[in-house]
Design a protein around this ligand. Structure first.
Ligand code: NI
Length: 182
């Protein structure tokens, strides 16, 4: 396995609509998924989409840590996972603001409007289908990663630029004494 170089905002590969993966079981796809998983863990991050490692194909890896303390049963923790050729359906017209960052936009965070609940479906390299309805943080991660496959970065979804900034400054501002980190 190998760590992959992550494309940063400004790289055209991040702004294109990705193509479906013709053969999820192909050796080069298995290698890509393994390398993307290692790269995500090393970063560390909770999601990484193929265009972020310069491969314009419809797949992403993600993980939903269990130690966040969410008591929502649909905010399901999962270990390292892959979704190839995913389909994502937003289950509400409502939007909630969720704090997000992106490995392609290091150091910055923003509150992004997201659907509170989604259904998703995709396959892994062995053709096993994952189909779930999820909420909360899990739903936010899926929407963020799926957006990458359509060339959309979270910054393109912002509605309130007062809630966009450098992570260290946002943490400082969140502390009552203003001296952060919050
Ligand atoms: Ni991202």
């Amino acid at each position: 396995m190998a760590l992959l170089k992550i494309a940063r905002m400004g790289n055209p590969v991040l702004f294109q609509r990705c193509e479906p993966v013709p053969d999820p079981g192909a050796p080069e796809i298995r290698r890509l998924v393994a390398d993307m998983t290692e790269t995500m863990e090393d970063a560390p991050g909770v999601g990484l989409a193929a265009p972020q490692v310069h491969v314009p194909l419809r797949l992403f890896v993600f993980r939903i840590p269990g130690e966040r303390g969410s008591d929502d049963p649909e905010d399901l923790p999962v270990g390292n996972s892959v979704l190839i050729n995913p389909e994502v359906t937003l289950l509400s017209d409502d939007r909630v603001l969720r704090w997000e960052g992106c490995l392609s936009i290091p150091g910055l965070r923003a509150a992004v409007p997201r659907a509170p609940r989604v259904r998703y479906r995709g396959v892994d390299c062995d053709g096993r289908v994952t189909e779930r309805t999820v909420s909360g943080f899990h739903a936010g991660v899926i929407q963020h990663e799926h957006d990458h496959l359509d060339g959309i970065l979270y910054t393109m979804r912002l509605t309130d630029f007062r809630l966009f900034g450098f992570a260290e400054d946002l943490a400082r501002a969140a502390r009552p004494d203003g001296k952060g980190p919050g």
